[in-house]
Ligand binder design. Structure first.
Ligand code: FAD
Length: 534
């Protein structure tokens, strides 16, 4: 197979025009093209003209001649092998069943790959199965009732279940493990387009049934998934893990334990620190969610092409390096979505964003956040970042006036340094509701300063971003894990053999795709450790 890249076509081209463009590009007769598949489709809006840009894998006659003809042209190359190859197979007599703690994207992929290799993993998940969890999560949004063990952060599917389901990442991926993640998602019910769109997403509803399908596959392969099983302790012996203790007093013994906890398992982090598992504080970011009308973002990004069905709701990515040394940036942008209450702890308010596949809600939202680091902002050990998050989330709860209402402010008022008293043209989507106030009262001064400086810069890239009535809702504190459970080259904890810290909570992923990829790497490391008797 031969891969061609940078093949540009107009937005409204037909499938026949694409086929003709492939043959034209290669300067061959149409009959010589035996078939082709789209590997990636993105768009290019330079010079005011919107085009689609393709990477295409072509099955074509006389391939060798074509490689010779296009020698030195980087747009033509052999199609790389993106298939996934397992690192091993479990022996028929399996002496050790690995344990996976947490069933978010990282735990799902760790368990799935282990199961596919025959290792019959046991998954322990503190939350409930996804349908029941969905009801509990809506309980907070609709009735201000938080279930601290079943919510946006905890339960089957992990933190990304109620999300925009964006499936792209900037990780280096020479082994194409991201492709394996996407392929498994498609097998579980995701639309095929995620395999070729440059910035794919699936939205919340589909994620729910996909997670159920992946659970079914793990079970069919001999794995087990136990819900409402919170790991409260680890059993250690001479620097090696021997198993875990559960909240209900039970124990699960294994010499191989994957910790795919997510960034919100604060009680578990505290337990691990008490047990002496090596960890260190790491940087993350804090700020607010910002909401604009989606039509404003579409207009700014797509201009006359706004509303074109192939483009969908527009997203954006913004960064500004402020003069006080802080990076201010947009985080987890959700086109046509809603701002969600994302706390897992009582009397705390945390924001995040989600959307459905259609992305057709009125507002665009994204995190508008500022970088912070342990050296400067929360010195004092591995858990200091967690205390810092808790303090901010409690302040947000109080400023919101209780019942999980979030404090909010109009952007124009935030810029002018005055509290908001009423809403303008943008209706905020956060439920159970917002209280208009002054967010500068609870954000650190350096954040407020950096955010105010960033707004005019962002407005130069997205016209209208500085809309007076855009709504800021706070606080956004769980952008990534505040700590890292450091691991060595063998993917095991630096000081506990057999313990495999993984995914976002351990500081090795940020987002669904990268957490899934980390899950695959961890499954491979566990398999190799078991097979090698390590
Ligand atoms: P998690 O998904 O957090 O899973 C960890 C699991 O471990 C949880 O299910 C938890 O219940 C369980 N657990 C924790 N402690 C214990 C314990 N002691 N015992 C047993 N089980 C335990 N990312 C994207 O790429 N795209 C998006 O569009 C996107 N949108 C998001 C929207 C929202 C509202 C949120 C909250 C996050 C979003 N993210 C998104 C981020 C993404 O969800 C995370 O990066 C990803 O889920 C991390 O995967 P993980 O498996 O490492 O951890």
């Amino acid at each position: 197979m031969l891969r061609i890249s940078e093949l540009k076509l107009p937005l409204d081209h037909t499938p026949e025009e694409l086929a003709a463009a492939v043959a034209d590009f290669l300067k061959v007769a149409a009959e010589d093209v035996r078939g082709f598949t789209v590997f990636k489709r993105s768009y290019d809006a330079r010079k005011g003209v919107m085009s689609l840009v393709y990477i295409i894998d072509v099955d074509v006659a006389n391939e060798d001649k074509l490689f010779a003809r296009f020698k030195g042209d980087r747009r033509v190359a052999p199609t790389p092998d993106t298939n996934y190859y397992y690192v091993g197979q479990a022996p028929a007599e399996l002496k050790q069943r690995p344990v996976v703690v947490g069933f978010g994207p990282c735990g799902i992929f760790a368990a799935l790959i282990l199961a596919q290799m025959g290792f019959k993993p046991i998954v322990l998940e503190r939350g409930k199965e996804v349908r029941q969890r969905t009801k509990d999560t809506w309980g907070l949004w609709r009735k201000s009732q938080l279930n601290t063990e079943s919510n946006v952060q905890y339960g089957e599917g992990g933190a990304g279940t109620f999300s925009d389901g964006k499936l792209y990442s900037q990780i280096k991926d020479p082994r194409h493990l991201g492709r394996k993640v996407l392929t498994e998602f498609v097998k579980a019910g995701a639309p095929e387009e995620i395999l070729y769109l440059a910035r794919p997403h699936i939205g919340t509803f589909r994620l729910v049934s996909m997670v159920e399908n992946m659970r079914a596959e793990i079970i069919a392969l001999g794995g087990e998934i136990r819900f409402e099983q919170r790991v409260d302790d680890v059993i250690l012996e001479n620097g090696r893990i021997r198993g875990v203790k559960l909240a209900d007093g039970g124990e699960v013994l294994s010499d191989y334990v994957v910790l795919a906890l997510g960034h919100s398992a604060r009680d578990t982090f505290q337990m691990l620190e008490k047990r002496g598992v090596y960890m260190e504080a790491k940087p993350f970011s804090i700020g607010v969610r910002i909401e604009h009308p989606q039509s404003l973002i579409d207009q700014a990004r797509w201009g006359k092409y706004a509303g074109h069905p192939i483009l969908g709701a527009a997203d954006y990515k913004l960064v500004h390096h402020a003069s006080n040394g802080r990076a201010v940036y947009s985080f987890c942008m959700c086109p046509g979505g809603t701002v969600v209450a994302a706390t897992s702890e009582e009397k705390r308010v945390v924001t995040n964003g989600m959307s459905q596949y259609s992305r057709n809600e009125r507002n665009a939202n994204s995190g508008f956040v500022v970088s912070i680091s342990p050296e400067v902002d929360y010195p004092g050990g591995p858990l200091a970042g967690l205390d810092f998050q808790r303090e901010l989330e409690s302040k947000a709860y109080d400023l919101g006036g209780g019942d999980y209402f979030a404090p909010a402010q109009l952007l124009g008022d935030f810029m002018a340094g005055k509290p908001s008293t009423k809403l303008g043209e943008v209706e905020p989507s956060y439920k159970p509701g917002v209280t208009m106030t002054d967010l500068a009262r609870i954000l650190p001064d350096f954040c407020v300063e950096a955010m105010r400086e960033a707004i005019p810069h962002f407005a130069r890239q997205i016209r209208g971003y500085d809309l007076h009535d855009a709504v800021l809702t706070g606080l956004e504190t769980r952008t990534s894990s505040p700590l890292r459970i450091t691991r060595g080259d063998d993917y095991q904890s630096l000081n506990v053999k057999g313990l495999f810290p993984a995914g976002e909570g351990a500081g090795y992923a940020g987002g669904i795709l990268s957490a899934g990829v980390d899950g695959i790497k961890i499954a491979e490391a566990v398999a190799q450790a078991i097979l090698g008797g390590r």
